[in-house]
Ligand binder design. Sequence first.
Ligand SMILES: Cc1cc2nc3c(=O)[nH]c(=O)nc-3n(C[C@H](O)[C@H](O)[C@H](O)COP(=O)(O)OP(=O)(O)OC[C@H]3O[C@@H](n4cnc5c(N)ncnc54)[C@H](O)[C@@H]3O)c2cc1C
Ligand code: SF4
Length: 473
Amino acid sequence: MNKEPVKIKEAIAQKRSGNFDEVVLGYTQEEALREASRCLQCKNPACISGCPVNIDIKKFIGQIAKKDCAGAYLTIRERNNFPSLCGRVCPAEYQCRKACVLNKGGAPFASVEAINIHFLERYAGDCAMKSNLEVSAKKKQDLSKFKVAVVGSGPAGLCCAGELARQGVKVVIFEGLHKTGGVLRYGIPPFRLPRDILDFEIDYLKKAGVEIETNFIVGRTRTLDELIAEGYSAVFLGLGAGIPSFLGIKGENLCNVYSANEFLTRVNLMGAYKFPQAHTPVAIGRHMVIIGGGNTAMDSARVALRLQKMNEISPDTTILYRRTEAEMPARRLEIEHAKEEGVKFRMLVKPEEFIGDESGFVRSLKCLKCELGEPDNSGRRRPVEIKGSDFEIDCDVAVIAIGLSANKILTGVTPLLKTDKYGDVIVDPLTMETSIKGVFAGGDIVGGEGTVIEAMGMGKKAAQGIIKYISKK
Ligand SMILES: Cc1cc2nc3c(=O)[nH]c(=O)nc-3n(C[C@H](O)[C@H](O)[C@H](O)COP(=O)(O)OP(=O)(O)OC[C@H]3O[C@@H](n4cnc5c(N)ncnc54)[C@H](O)[C@@H]3O)c2cc1C
Ligand code: SF4
């Protein structure tokens, strides 16, 4: 039997970095069968405990190996509503692949030998999508007289809505933006998550009877109390973490210094890469500088580089990070892709001040060099500034991608809803119920920035909590 991992095909870096088409191209059936046949079908499959929602990975890979793609899809769907999405964006190298017994690296993330579980999950999801496979719900009781409001249409809200709809509950999603998907739509660029995949999953929910109201901000358009008074039996809050953090340095409010949220929203949600055909513009510089080391920084850099190439500007996009690559929280694959496409990396650098021109536009960035010190609370070695190491780099567009926190639009006007010192909503971890009876929460608004699969897991758990709650009514 061939034990070599089956590599997934990718668009050529030189070409793909000039457009927004998908980069990772997916397995063919023959490739998926070959990769699935590498799985040892372990007696005690360690991979399952590495998955935040405990998908029966051994079973679905076995089904792919037997060419039972529909069966594999249904196995995944028992735990995860959106296989095609997660197969594309899950940080598998820190999760299921890291736990796979074939991971020989002993490294902090999975070695190449581990089974490509996420690519197989994507394969099963895409197969089902192509054949329009329907999933029927096993309804335990008739819950059709209950109506539940879901606030926010990110992965937490979508997953909660899907679970409730499968049980026959009437669901209305309220979304503040004009389009659904949360970060999946406004944050993650289409070259990582094509919009037809996202649209398919959302259409699926609509077909299952879920209603969606966009341009509806709960806390402004209606308060939570008003929503409950309209007859909703329960409410789920999947508000995300939409407020960007800033560096707090001089010159940060100069023109063309963006938060990653604004920069990515302009491009991904508003289509600024098609400006002037789209109405929203975005500044495209000759020297674009991205500050941060997470997925948001990688996405911003890869978008910035594409914008330069599409506008025939010689690409010069640089990521600045305070520590080294080993400490970067971004997915390894995204770091590799960014490098292949031509993004430059400058490590151990701390921004000190943005310098502007007489018209108020950013022109350069003053920085200090750093070295690594002792580990901090996160376990990562702390960056220590080197005195007198100041230097300046050219920068006519900057994107700050150093973290996100909870927005307070709803929590700020709902005093009975208890939050912690970060503004995150406090829940009972068993049911996901908040301090208000019948109001549940999950995703990034609970516990801060996480991952798509963690948000989905919480949305699903909350749906179970909601079903228990309304069943008692
Ligand atoms: C750029 C970027 C790239 C990322 N890449 C990855 C990745 O590759 N893999 C991964 O696993 N994770 C990734 N993440 C993290 C992941 O996307 C989040 O953890 C996840 O989206 C959280 O889901 P959520 O449903 O809690 O919130 P969100 O996705 O933020 O959705 C919340 C939704 O609620 C809406 N909303 C908020 N308040 C209100 C209100 N009062 N009324 C109505 N609507 C409201 C918002 O408009 C939004 O649509 C990334 C994050 C970013 C920002
Ligand atoms: S994916 Fe890895 S850990 Fe899981 S059953 Fe297969 S070989 Fe074993």
